[in-house]
Design a protein around this ligand. Structure first.
Ligand code: ZN
Length: 346
């Protein structure tokens, strides 16, 4: 079957259509006929090659997917062929100490569809039964593909790792990533006062429509730390959600409140930062990493999505043959929300 991905690691010039075998569903697995897939920043890193992560080549990209159940493996009795579903791309083994303690996100064998495993930008994808969930009523397949990775990531980071409480101030650093569209909504749902920072004025309208209380433009004359400090009434920000990395983390540390928490969920602009440790201990602040989510966290956030308390944001939908254009769109400065690639036509 054809998939959108790469045969050799490198830059976007390596992207194209590859041939991979149709996967049969193993015992306990479900095979989904993909109708929509979505890209994440992770796909760029997987394409470039992540140190320590070995992928089978050729490799199909895409962590998010939605479609219809096509076949089930041995032992799967509670999913019907033809059911409309979405896929949780986080795969855990269910047997290690972390999994047995209910912390699947910390699984020693944690893997992600489209990174360690073949992705969703193709005709068929297989996943363990426990990773397959009904598509919420009234949702399109592109909406189903737009939700799983970013909403679980933002939910665990804000609700679990930062322990965000009602009435606290939250700053979402950078409005461009689709994870920001999830984080804004989740922070509002948890009762926080939410600011989103961005270097692009194009994001203000969409960010405010998602419920952000403030949109803070940053530039050379208005650096992140000063902008956040002013917004917080010079008290500092209780929770800072930072996916940018090297350029922003030192400034996030300077803008954090006493007892505040910085949650790092990515490093889109570089991995190495230098911070002033004195600020950290004097303010008794913490920096914590977070990635993906556990089983209960995924179902918590999916339940809120299904009830309409949160909604996936689709920036654009492309036909299967336009994978290169779709991938390029993920880097467009005015992009807001998820870029979806439809599954191959019948
Ligand atoms: Zn495990």
């Amino acid at each position: 079957m054809r998939g959108f991905g790469f045969a050799e690691h490198g830059g976007p010039e390596r992207l194209g259509y590859v041939d991979v075998p149709e996967p049969p569903p193993a015992p306990g697995e479900v095979r989904v006929r993909v109708r929509a897939a979505a890209f994440n920043r992770l796909d760029r890193f997987t394409l470039a090659g992540i140190p320590g992560v070995r992928v089978d080549l050729p490799h199909v990209l895409g962590s998010d997917g939605a479609g219809e159940v096509d076949a089930v493996g041995e032992g799967v009795a509670d999913v019907k062929v033809g059911a409309r579903v979405l896929i949780n791309p986080g795969i855990w083994d269910g047997t290690c100490e972390a999994c047995r303690a209910g912390s699947e996100a910390l699984c020693r064998e944690y893997r992600i569809v489209g990174e360690h495993l073949q992705g969703t930008a193709t005709r068929f994808v297989v996943a363990p039964r426990r990773n397959v969930r009904p598509l919420p009523d009234g949702w399109s397949f592109p909406q189903g593909a737009a939700a799983p990775l970013v909403f679980q990531t933002a939910w665990r980071a804000l609700a679990t790792v930062a322990g965000l409480r009602a009435g606290e101030r939250v700053a979402i650093v950078g409005a461009g990533g689709a994870v920001a569209t999830a984080a804004v909504q989740i922070a509002k749902l948890l009762g926080a006062e939410v600011a989103v920072t961005s270097r692009s004025a194009a994001h203000e309208g969409p960010v405010r429509r998602l419920g952000a209380d403030a949109f803070l433009r940053t530039d050379e004359a208005h650096p992140l730390d000063r902008v956040l400090w002013e917004w917080s009434g010079k008290k500092g920000v209780d929770v800072i959600f930072d996916s940018v990395g090297a350029p922003t983390l030192p400034l996030s540390v300077r803008a954090v409140a006493r007892g505040g928490r910085i949650v790092v969920i990515g490093a889109t602009a570089g991995p190495r930062a230098e911070i002033d440790v004195r600020t950290l201990f004097w303010r008794q602040a913490s920096i914590r990493g977070s990635t993906m989510a556990g089983a209960r966290e995924f179902d918590d956030v999916l339940g809120r999505l299904a009830r309409g308390e949160l909604r996936p944001v689709v920036d654009a939908t492309f036909p299967f043959e336009d994978g290169v254009a779709a991938f390029a769109r993920t880097d467009a400065p005015d992009r807001f929300g998820k870029v979806v690639l439809l599954g191959p036509p019948d």
